[in-house]
Design a protein around this ligand. Structure first.
Ligand code: IMP
Ligand code: MG
Length: 402
C-alpha cells in the first residue's frame, strides 16, 4: 500500500498526530517536501513531541522514517530532534534514512529569508524564517549544497566559499563560518542513503507519505504568493521521491474550523474576542514559530477546491472537540462579490475580495451529540467524500473510526 496523508487547508490540520496514529500499519513514513518550517505536534500522553524533520512515525512501534530528496534539511534541527528522542529513551538511529540528494538549509538561507521578508514590508509572506524559500531557490539556481556534496570536504568547502561570495555580492550577506556544517554532517552521516539504493526496498514496502503544510500553501495551487516554497499537494510525492509512485489512497486531513499562520487572504477569518476564544480553545499557536494563528470558521469553497485539486479519496476531521460547548457553529458555504454569488475563483488570490455566506449549526456538547452528526453529514454531502476518522483530542490515541 502506498498512501498519502496530507493537509486540505493552510497547514496545521493535525497531520502529525494523524500520521503517527496511522503509521503503525506501514513500514515507512516518508517526508516528501518542506523542511523545518513544518511543526508536527504529536502528543503521546506521557510526553509530547514536535517533529520538524523527523517523519511522524509512532516511536513506540517499528515503523521507519525516510526523508526524501524533496525535503530541504536543516542538519542542526534534525540532529537535535534525534537527540531529544534519545533523551526520552528512544534510539531511532536504525529507523531514519535521508536521501543524499536532499538539499541542505544553510545559515545564509535563513539570513536571506529574514532579509527578504523585511524588505517586502507589508507585502511580506509571513514565513517561518527557516530559510525554506531561499534553500529551494538555490536548488533551482543550481548552486545549492546537497548532503552528497558533503562527502568530499574539500569540494564542499569550495562550494560553500562560492556561495558565501555570491551571497555577499548579491545580497550583502556575510557568512564564513563553515565549521558547524561539517560538525552537523558528522552526526547525520549515518542516516544518509542513496535514493537509488533504497528504491527497491521502498517499492516493496508499505509507505505512508506525510504531507507538509496544506494544499492551500502549495507553491503552484495555493494562494500565491502567500505560500511556501514547494509542493504541499499530493503531487509532491513523485518529485519529492525522485521517481514515479502509484498512490493507492489519498487521505486529506482537515480541521473542523480553519487557521492560518502568516499573511494572505482568509475569507472566513474571525477577529477580536471570537477569534481569541477559538485560539485559546484550540491552542492555536504556531508549533514552529509560536505565533498566534489566525482563526476562523470552516470554509467549504476552500475545502472543496483542495479536495478537487488533490483528488482526495477520503477525509479525516480533526479538532471538532475544540468546538464542543459552543452555542453556534458556522460553516462558510458560498462566496459573494458585490452581493452576487461567485464560484470559487480559479485565481485564488481573488479571495481577498469575497464576502462569505454562512450556514449556522446548533452547537454540540460532545461528539456523540446529534447536532455534531448533522455537522458531519453536511460536510460529507457537500464534499461528496466520507470522513473516515474523527480526531477527538490531542493525544495520538484520541481518534475514532467512523
Ligand atoms: P515558509 O514555508 O517558512 O516559507 O512560509 C511560507 C508560508 O507558509 C507562511 O505563511 C508560513 O506561515 C506558512 N507555513 C510554513 N510552514 C507551515 C506549517 O507547518 N504550518 C502552517 N503554516 C506554515
Ligand atoms: Mg503545524
Amino acid at each position: 500500500m502506498k498512501v498519502v496523508c496530507y493537509g486540505l487547508q493552510w497547514g496545521d490540520e493535525g497531520k502529525g498526530k494523524v500520521t503517527t496514529y496511522l503509521s503503525k500499519d506501514y513500514d515507512y513514513v516518508v517526508r516528501y517536501g518542506g523542511g523545518s518550517n513544518a511543526g508536527h505536534t504529536v502528543e503521546y500522553g506521557e510526553f509530547k513531541l514536535v517533529h520538524h524533520l523527523v517523519p511522524s512515525f509512532d516511536i513506540r512501534t517499528n515503523t521507519k522514517g525516510y526523508i526524501a530528496n524533496g525535503v530541504v534539511v536543516d542538519m542542526n534541527v534534525i540532529n537535535e530532534e534525534i537527540e531529544e528522542l534519545k533523551r526520552i529513551g528512544f534510539d531511532v538511529s536504525e529507523r531514519i534514512k535521508i536521501s543524499n540528494l536532499a538539499h541542505v538549509v544553510l545559515p545564509v538561507h535563513k539570513m536571506l529569508d529574514e532579509k527578504l521578508e523585511s524588505i517586502k514590508g507589508n507585502k511580506a509572506v509571513g514565513t517561518t524564517k527557516r530559510g525554506i524559500g531561499p534553500a529551494y531557490a538555490d536548488k533551482v539556481h543550481r548552486i545549492g549544497l546537497r548532503l552528497i556534496d558533503l562527502e568530499n570536504k574539500e569540494l564542499a568547502i569550495e562550494k560553500l566559499q562560492f556561495l558565501s561570495e555570491l551571497y555577499k555580492k548579491l545580497y550583502s550577506i556575510e557568512w564564513h563560518d563553515f565549521d558547524s556544517i561539517f560538525e552537523e554532517y558528522e552526526k547525520i552521516k549515518k542516516y544518509i542513503v542513496s535514493p537509488i539504493d533504497i528504491k527497491s526496498e521502498l517499492s516493496k514496502s508499505n509507505l505512508l507519505f506525510e504531507g507538509t503544510q496544506g494544499v492551500l500553501l502549495d507553491i503552484d495551487m495555493g494562494s500565491y504568493p502567500y505560500v511556501t516554497g514547494t509542493y504541499c499537494n499530493v503531487t509532491g510525492t513523485e518529485p519529492g521521491l525522485g521517481y514515479p509512485i502509484k498512490l493507492d489512497k489519498r487521505i486529506g486531513v482537515f480541521k473542523a474550523y480553519l487557521t492560518r499562520v502568516g499573511e494572505g487572504p482568509f475569507p472566513t477569518e474571525l477577529f477580536g474576542e471570537e477569534a481569541e476564544e477559538l485560539r485559546k480553545a484550540g491552542k492555536e499557536y504556531g508549533a514552529t514559530t509560536g505565533r498566534p494563528r489566525r482563526c476562523g470558521w470552516l470554509d467549504l469553497p476552500i475545502l472543496k477546491y483542495a479536495i478537487e485539486i488533490s483528488e482526495c479519496d477520503e477525509m479525516i476531521m480533526t479538532k471538532a472537540d475544540v468546538l464542543s460547548g459552543m452555542q453556534k457553529v458556522k460553516i462558510g458555504v458560498r462566496y459573494k462579490i458585490n452581493g452576487k454569488t461567485v464560484e470559487m475563483p480559479n485565481e485564488i488570490s481573488v479571495l481577498e475580495d469575497v464576502e462569505v455566506e454562512y450556514i449556522e449549526f446548533n452547537g454540540w456538547k460532545n461528539l456523540e451529540d446529534n447536532n455534531f452528526q448533522k455537522f458531519v453529514e453536511f460536510i460529507e454531502s457537500e464534499t461528496g467524500r466520507k470522513i473516515t476518522y474523527l480526531s477527538t483530542g490531542a493525544k495520538v490515541s484520541d481518534i475514532i473510526k467512523k
